[in-house]
Design a protein around this ligand. Structure first.
Ligand code: AMP
Ligand code: ZN
Length: 114
């Protein structure tokens, strides 16, 4: 999508600090980290604006993001745990309408989710 910041990152038009990449998935460090580890996992293709658009047509890319998250958690030694979150829509404060998952770790997080 022309004006999508994550499409531009996937295309290499905007730089990122890469954490993982394969054919379908890119993971990079969040520019405004909210935890010692804060990595975003995106499908390289703009297959969905958010989780509400997940369906059979993009489930392989979604699974790819989740598999990459688990792989990163192992590689980074996140043995104390991690949080894997996706925000969808205004109530969840989504700011970038390109499906992405936040991998947060490295500190004790609150039990409350909001
Ligand atoms: P969300 O609010 O769930 O849509 O998450 C979007 C995330 O993208 C935020 O945590 C931003 O800090 C992050 N972000 C926005 N632009 C960039 C960028 N150019 N590089 C890395 N992270 C970004
Ligand atoms: Zn996009």
């Amino acid at each position: 999508m022309a004006d999508c910041v994550f499409c531009k990152i996937a295309a290499g038009e905007i730089p990122c600090k890469k954490a993982y990449e394969d054919e379908e998935v890119l993971a990079f460090h969040d520019i405004h980290p909210e935890a010692p580890v804060h990595i975003l996992l995106i499908p390289k293709a703009h297959v969905a604006a958010g989780a509400a658009e997940i369906d059979e047509s993009n489930s392989a890319q979604v699974a790819g993001c989740l598999v990459a998250a688990a792989r990163l958690a192992k590689e980074l030694g996140l043995t104390e745990g991690f949080r894997l979150v996706t925000n969808n829509g205004p109530h969840a404060c989504q700011t970038v309408p390109h499906l992405h998952f936040h991998l947060l770790a490295g500190k004790q997080m609150r039990a409350k989710m909001d």
